[in-house]
Design a protein around this ligand. Structure first.
Ligand code: SF4
Ligand code: SF4
Length: 214
């Protein structure tokens, strides 16, 4: 098991096919409406006609695959009034079903909308990094499933030296909020975190990372 497990997302390799999302749904047998991993499309820009009749445009669009980042400073854990949400010695943030009262405070606190409420069970659920696979020395199901090898998983420091530590991009929130264990290789046309130049489209689920929804 790792000490500081992290995901790396190569946005230049991601085509937005959502195979990672389907692998997660399948692996966790998720009911309709609950997604531990999502792929959002962020797009924007304008198109205008020049005086000579030609067109000028600065449109852009890119995909971002996102799940729980098992943050170093997990707001979800601090938001939970019962101690059900915990970060364990392996760096995995998970919810104890026996202690969860379904108040959803963790969901409201998380800027990535990672905790998912199971209305039928009346409690929160979330990504646990496919803990059983990790114990067998395998990566989470989403990582193995990606046909473009856009997702990677490992120790944060190893991934950082392999892929570099870039600034996060829109629509992700400022890293300082939760210190996510997420490394991103930005899309070539990526806008900086906090940018309002685009909006989220084709979200697979209403629970998209927030800070930019115009
Ligand atoms: S499976 Fe890979 S390419 Fe497809 S959406 Fe997920 S990260 Fe992107
Ligand atoms: S992404 Fe959200 S749910 Fe996951 S550890 Fe960070 S604050 Fe908690």
């Amino acid at each position: 098991m790792l000490k500081r497990p992290a995901f790396h997302v190569d946005m230049q390799a991601c085509t937005g096919c959502r195979t990672c999302v389907m692998a997660c749904i399948d692996r966790n047998d998720l009911p309709e409406g609950i997604l531990y991993r999502r792929v959002v499309e962020y797009s924007g820009g304008t198109c205008s006609r020049n005086a000579d009749g030609t067109f000028a445009q600065d449109v852009f669009a890119y995909h971002l695959s996102i799940a729980c980042n098992h943050c170093q400073n997990p707001i979800c854990v601090r938001s939970c009034p019962t101690g059900a949400m915990r970060k364990d010695e392996h760096g995995i943030v998970s919810v104890d079903a026996k202690l969860c009262v379904g108040c959803r405070y963790c969901e409201w606190g998380c800027p990535y909308c990672a905790p998912q409420f199971d209305a039928k069970a009346g409690r929160m659920t979330k990504c646990d990094l496919c803990r059983d696979l990790l114990e067998q020395g395998q990566p989470p199901a989403c990582v193995s499933a990606c046909p473009n090898r856009a997702l990677h998983f490992g120790e944060y420091e190893d991934l950082a030296s392999m892929f570099g530590e870039f600034e996060v991009v829109a629509p992700l929130p400022d890293r300082a909020i939760t210190q996510p264990n997420l490394l991103v290789t930005p899309a070539r046309n990526a806008r900086p975190s906090g940018s309002r130049s685009g909006c989220i489209r084709a979200a697979a689920h209403p629970g998209t990372p927030r800070n930019d929804t115009t």
